[in-house]
Design a protein around this ligand. Structure first.
Ligand code: CMC
Length: 380
């Protein structure tokens, strides 16, 4: 049997869906959600508005936004069953896996496949926020703090995470990061969500698949890896020697490179602008991290850009994450809090014209052969 087929390793260059949710302009270096430039959304919009935009592919009216915001806020509330589960698993240091587990439990094995299930999407987005904040709160020895009706989504995340206290200037940073990370086409995590959704599994389980796929350092785990890398480097002066030794060993520099962008990641530009805007609130840790990161960007670009490898968003996000008080082992979990809006939007969109995702493999093993009993095998 001879098969003429080409295997697209890593699905590189393969279009897998039609989608109206996001456009990545890889020539200009720009990102649009349903036609709106993410830079403009970061500047003028709120996470609530962007979540609505992704789910509906249009901006809400004033009354629609009010209704959406209040539904989202109501779903932030946790019940005693959630809090008990959170307490029981609080010593599990893997925040991302905890989020996936809590999502699956929240879904309760409901049926999937309903493209109009906005209620589930809104609940999942909100619960991801309150699960995340409460995991951090309980781990630091505090108790669950219910959300407040007068606070925005970003404010409630900080409020619940810190047990009531938070700095006003961090709200803008957090809201902007949520917007910036809300959607990005079909990276591995979104694809995993779609693979799961395509079997008509439920929305929560499909999201859990996305959460767990975000974990690895080649994708969402890159921010934590990039932070650990900066700590290992230790000082801006050590950067050139460190980069050279990594490249000599054929190892990757975290926070550099992207499957889609062969230019500077436009999201990294926005993150850098945010850092500059809030530079006055940087503590000594953030300042040191900034110096190392800037040196890494400068030297790394010098040696890697000629190969189309540029800094990506995760080179810079650790500085903002640390500034707003996200523990390093929860960086990727924070990414999941924002990306869930994109995952949910893609799942609902896919269900409008569902088709089981089931690719083929090109067999390269032995041709059919006869089974030999154990005693007749060579060496027996
Ligand atoms: N440092 C050094 N070399 C690199 C890097 C890097 N960060 N990224 C790619 N390369 C080299 C790689 O070694 C390979 O070289 P060669 O052809 O000599 O074997 C070549 O570039 C192609 O690399 P690849 O990994 O096959 O290409 P890809 O399109 O699969 O890469 C990537 C995308 C993100 C997996 C890769 O750039 C990488 O591992 N980067 C570091 C991890 C990282 O920062 N990830 C976050 C991505 S942005 C956030 C998100 O959207 O998830």
């Amino acid at each position: 049997m001879s098969v003429h087929a080409h295997v697209f390793k890593g699905l590189e260059g393969v279009y897998v869906i039609d989608s109206a949710i996001c456009l990545i302009d890889t020539e200009k270096g720009a990102l649009y959600y349903a036609g709106y430039d993410v830079r403009e959304l970061v500047e003028k919009s709120s996470f609530e508005e962007v979540a609505f935009l992704l789910l509906h592919q249009r901006l809400p009216t004033k009354s629609e936004l009010e209704e959406f915001t209040s539904r989202l806020r109501a779903s932030l509330n946790l019940e005693s069953k959630h809090i008990e589960t959170l307490r029981k698993h609080a010593d599990n240091k893997d925040t991302l896996t905890m989020l996936a587990m809590l999502m699956v439990l929240e879904g309760g094995g409901k049926k999937g496949g309903d493209p109009g299930d906005l209620e589930a999407a809104i609940n999942a987005i909100a619960k991801m926020g309150s699960f995340f904040s409460t995991i951090i709160r309980i781990r630091s020895g505090g108790d669950y703090v219910p959300p407040r009706k007068d606070l925005s989504f970003a404010e409630n995340i900080l409020y619940m995470m810190n047990g009531g206290e938070y700095r006003r200037e961090y709200v803008e940073i957090l809201d902007d990061l949520l917007i910036l990370h809300a959607e990005h086409g079909v990276p591995a995590s979104t694809f995993a969500s779609l693979v799961t959704a395509s079997t008509l599994s439920d929305l929560y389980s499909s999201i859990a698949a996305g959460i767990l796929t975000l974990k690895g350092p080649l994708h969402g785990g890159a921010s934590e890896a990039s932070y650990a890398q900066a700590l290992r480097i230790g000082s801006a002066e050590r950067v050139p020697q460190w980069v050279e030794s990594m490249l000599a060993e054929k190892k990757k520099i975290m926070g550099f490179g992207h499957r889609v962008y062969k230019i500077y990641d436009p999201r990294a530009t926005v993150v850098k602008e945010l850092i500059a805007k809030h530079a006055a609130t940087m503590d000594s840790e953030a300042k040191k991290l900034y110096e190392i990161t800037q040196a890494l960007e400068d030297y790394g670009q010098k040696v890697l850009a000629p190969r189309g490898i540029y800094p990506n968003i995760d080179l810079w996000t650790p500085i903002l994450y640390r500034m707003i008080g996200v523990p390093p082992d929860s960086f990727t979990a924070f990414f999941a809090v924002s990306r869930i809006a994109g995952w949910a939007a893609h799942i609902l969109e896919y269900w409008r014209d569902n088709k089981l995702i089931r690719p083929l493999h090109l067999y390269v093993g032995e041709q059919p052969r006869k089974y030999l009993p154990l005693e007749l095998r060579e060496g027996s």
